[in-house]
Design a protein around this ligand. Structure first.
Ligand code: UTP
Length: 240
């Protein structure tokens, strides 16, 4: 059975509280958890950024602002745990040891942020190392890693495949302020580099994309690995 760590952006799970995709993600995650050991790390999305912006206006320092961001990620994580019911371990893992302890019996382990100066992508990368995951998936609001922000630069090019060093080179130079918004933060990129666990970046706005990627091995997005094998291949040849 494959072990998967899913970094699920707050911006795709809870674009707003009123228009969340939790109901649809519940079905997809439960279906996936029947076939795979599944850990889900939830981001804070726009709500976290709003809290961080408010904190900055009040002159609150970056570390404290990060703690506010972490609180929002955990609020989103709690909402998902509630929605998953018996399919999830009923408590948010607040560190990697807890995440390992909460796994087993086919239950989905859910967590949010852990510590300042990173994003939940870094949490996911460390968690992937910690649970010896076969693959880390980042389901986000773009369909892969681009040469520039595709929302701002119309002719930005999507990478189908990157090596770990290439990923790190692309990420270096991006900022690490609270609420900073790049596809993967630099801490995550460095952990991915050292662990060698393949990363798949896909569009998470439609949960079906994730389900098809995991259960059928087909997707369009960016794969970060040292080989050209599909890390989500269901035939097993993509395993590390
Ligand atoms: P996210 O992981 O949600 O950042 O954490 P993001 O890149 O905005 O991701 P999306 O939009 O959900 O996809 C939100 C903020 O919470 C703080 C950081 O300030 C981050 O920008 N945070 C989160 C931490 O400081 N540490 C963590 O472990 C997680």
């Amino acid at each position: 059975m494959k072990t998967i760590v899913l970094s699920l952006g707050g911006s795709v799970l809870v674009p707003s509280l009123e228009s969340n995709t939790i109901q649809r993600y519940r079905e997809a995650l439960i279906d996936i958890s029947r076939e795979c050991a599944l850990y889900v790390v939830i981001g804070g999305g726009g709500e976290a950024r709003r809290y961080i912006a408010a904190a900055r206006k009040l002159g609150i320092d970056e570390a404290f602002s990060d703690e506010l961001g972490i609180a929002v990620t955990r609020l989103n994580a709690a909402l998902l745990i509630g929605a998953l019911g018996d399919a999830a371990y009923p408590k948010i893992a607040t560190n990697y040891e807890e995440a390992r302890m909460f796994s087993g019996q086919g239950r989905i382990v859910v967590m949010g942020g852990v510590t300042p100066a990173q994003t939940t992508d870094a949490v996911s990368a460390v968690l992937a190392e910690s649970v010896h995951a076969d693959v880390m998936i980042n389901a986000t609001s773009v369909d892969g890693i681009y040469s520039a922000d595709p929302k701002k630069v119309p002719d930005a090019r999507r990478f189908e495949h990157l090596t770990r060093d290439e990923l790190l080179r692309i990420i270096i130079g991006s900022r690490l302020d609270a609420g900073a918004n790049t596809v993967i933060d630099i801490v995550a990129a460095k952990v991915i580099q050292r662990s060698g666990i393949p990363l798949v970046v896909i569009d998470g706005r439609d949960p079906e994309t994730l389900k098809t990627a995991v259960l059928q091995g087909t997707f369009s997005g960016t794969v970060v690995s040292e080989t050209d094998r599909n890390p989500l291949s269901i035939s097993g040849d993509g395993r590390r």
